[in-house]
Design a protein around this ligand. Structure first.
Ligand code: FER
Length: 242
């Protein structure tokens, strides 16, 4: 339960490991925990004796809430609750945070808030342009007046998004979140990502105190072409920090 809604999650543990680290894995906008690129990260973690907790966030997958009413504050509160839950599991030592796209932005914000509890941060294709897009009146490829918001934004497949999403996103300070987290980080992005520009991700990586940056040539936003390369970049990073 988080903010009175039930969150659907899948907890997986490596065989024969009594105690060890756990990686929390968060999907993106319109995503869910079953997506192939998230399963690939989870499998790679398990192979390396790291437990995983994949979670459907508010208004997504099989969790409670409606897509229309989701926003980054609700997801942040979910994230805080997920970390509290993970900390109470008796087999968990260190906690790692991994998120894709909007979930990548989310884990960057969470890592800043939970910097004393998080051992590593892995934003994949992080959608760090959302707050500026909300402030500048440009989200989901649509233009709007940031001072006079439309009641909702239309989203693909007939869904819509309440304008509270935009109001929330306008308050978010990505630079401050980057500056607040000094721990180890890895950013992975596809070179052909049409949603997040890899050069933006590279700039974000360079601003972190200790961030490795890996670009996957020719790959897309969801690593549809070279998911194995993304997973092995994650593995190399995990091996370097465990
Ligand atoms: C946007 C661009 C990207 C946006 C959301 C995203 C709400 C998120 C993408 C993802 O999580 O995959 O303009 O606006």
């Amino acid at each position: 339960m988080s903010d009175n809604i039930e969150l659907n999650a899948v907890l997986e543990r490596p065989e024969g490991v009594a105690r060890g680290p756990l990686c929390i894995i968060i999907h993106g906008f319109t995503g869910n925990l079953e997506e192939a690129h998230l399963a690939a990260v989870s499998d790679k973690m398990l192979e390396n004796n790291i437990a995983t907790l994949r979670v459907d966030m508010y208004g997504h997958g099989r969790s409670g809430g409606t897509f229309e009413h989701h926003n980054l504050f609700k997801w942040l509160n979910n994230g805080l609750d997920i970390i509290d839950y993970a900390r109470k599991l008796d087999f968990v030592t260190d906690i790692y945070l991994c998120g894709h796209s909007q979930g990548g932005l989310l884990v960057m914000l969470l890592a800043a808030m939970e910097r004393d509890r998080i051992k590593a941060l892995i934003p994949l294709s992080p959608a760090t342009m959302i707050p500026d897009g909300a402030r500048n009146g440009n989200l989901l490829g649509m233009e709007f007046d940031p001072e006079k918001l439309p009641p909702f934004l239309p989203v693909w497949d007939d869904r819509k998004l309440d304008n509270n999403y935009i109001r929330v996103a306008q308050t978010i300070d990505v630079e401050k979140a980057i500056a607040a987290y000094n721990g180890k980080a890895l950013i992975v992005i596809g070179e052909a990502d049409a949603t997040v520009d890899y050069r933006d991700a590279e700039r974000v990586a360079s601003k972190y105190a200790d961030c490795k940056f890996v670009i996957i040539p020719g790959d897309t936003h969801c690593f549809d072409r070279h998911v194995d390369q993304m997973a092995s970049a994650v593995e190399d990073f995990m091996l370097s920090i465990i």
